[in-house]
Design a binder for this molecule. Structure first.
Ligand code: RM4
Ligand code: MN
Length: 393
């Protein structure tokens, strides 16, 4: 499609209007590596202030209407009040992320720990997260387990799978009608020898056994270098087992950099599979979430940039001339098919996105609008004293 093709432009803009990107509460907080956390000014000190920041991102981009919570980092006494505050700010509470990786008891694992008492504690936390979902109205419980072993022989690989399956079953059975369990995988870290949910195949097999309310989360940073993530997207979408994304970028391991920063072409290829699978619409049930940390860059602009990066990749994917592509594929025209994809990828979609924002009554340049808004100056002045939120806070 040429950019001057008005009906196609309208079709692309229409599809982009339906896009929803969920931002993570922890990305507004301080974070770092195991070497240093560089604290920033104006960082939220509690879940309410994180939600206020998320609301700014939504106001400026128009496509980030929900914020994911992490328990216990975002634990509050009254979740109904938190949900009400979010609604007042014109955002909603999204996925509840469980945390069974930061307690001393979890040294040898959480739900796969050899000690039944520790397993009980971990499962109880997951059940508590479902209770919270009942109060926040969240649809999704997102599970990531750091469980694994560091040395051959340390524990029985197969028994740990049994423990995992039993824990997932108990939590799955507690889910309400419209709630889902999203199971995330990660190749390695913090466990260095075996990880109990290391890859999409393991996550998929557990989800399949559990039932329709269990689906896989693809965290783009959780793969070995060179992994073809769009293949995983295509496979899981085809069988109805893709539940969500945790978007971020990696150069080396789980770097948690801004999505689309390391490899925008990969993000485009992923979004091509989403468009191909007609999974962009919210009704398709795929949660497009960010899972990032902003260690050296300012938090709110970094999140705005990430949202824009996802939008740009999506716009390019929507520009792919599906008919021309199918025709070239059918004809065995290898170069022609590749050219159709590359034409879309090489289009500059920024003018189209600026136009879309203008249509929605937004500033065409959300980064500049944020800089001009005075919001940073305001939070820098207001958020003094108290304990800044951060990794572990
Ligand atoms: C994990 C995983 C989870 C995220 C935590 C903070 O590596 O990606 O999704 O909640 O980090
Ligand atoms: Mn993640």
């Amino acid at each position: 499609m040429s950019q001057s093709d008005a009906p196609a432009r309208d079709r692309v803009k229409q599809a982009l209007r339906t896009q929803r990107i969920e931002t993570p509460s922890w990305a507004y907080a301080n974070s770092g590596t195991r070497f240093k956390v560089f604290a920033q000014e104006g960082v939220p000190r509690n879940p309410y202030e994180k939600i206020a920041d998320a609301a700014v991102v939504h106001r400026l981009t128009g496509v980030a209407p929900t914020v994911a919570l992490h328990i216990p980092w975002d634990r509050v006494d009254d979740y109904t009040d938190l949900a009400r505050y979010a609604a007042d700010q014109r955002v909603g509470l999204g996925a509840i992320n469980a945390n069974v990786f930061q307690d001393n008891d979890y040294k040898l694992g959480s739900v796969t720990n050899p000690d039944p008492g520790v397993r009980r504690k971990a499962i109880d936390h997951l059940l508590e997260c479902v209770d919270i979902m009942d109060r926040t109205g969240s649809r999704d419980l997102k599970l990531w387990f750091s469980d694994g072993t560091n040395y051959p022989g340390q524990d029985d690989i197969r028994t740990r799978q049994d423990r995992l399956a039993a824990a997932l079953r108990e939590v799955y059975d507690r889910l309400g009608e419209s709630q889902r369990m999203l199971l995330e995988y990660k190749l390695f870290e913090p466990a260095f020898y075996t990880t109990d949910v290391p890859d999409w195949g393991t996550a998929y097999a557990h989800c399949l056994e559990l039932g329709p309310k269990a689906q896989v989360v693809i965290d783009t940073g959780h793969h070995a270098p060179g992994t073809n993530i769009e293949f995983i997207v295509a496979f899981l979408l085809r069988v109805g087992k893709l539940g969500a994304f945790d978007f971020n970028s990696r150069f080396y391991a789980d770097d948690d950099l801004m999505v689309g920063s390391a490899d925008p072409f990969q993000l485009f290829r992923i979004m091509c599979e989403i468009v191909r699978g007609d999974a962009l619409r919210p009704e398709a049930g795929i949660a497009f979430m960010l899972d990032q940390c902003h260690n050296i860059e300012p938090k709110i602009p970094a999140i705005i940039r990430s949202v824009l990066n996802v939008q740009e990749a999506t716009a390019k994917a929507l520009l792919v001339d599906a008919e021309a592509l199918a025709a070239a594929q059918q004809a065995g025209d290898v170069l022609g098919a590749n050219a159709v994809l590359m034409d879309a990828y090489n289009s500059d979609v920024r003018p189209l996105l600026a136009e879309l924002r203008a249509d929605l009554g937004l500033d065409p340049d959300p980064m500049a609008a944020y800089a001009r808004s005075g919001y940073f100056e305001k939070i820098r002045a207001e958020r003094v004293g108290g304990q800044q939120a951060g990794w572990g806070a």
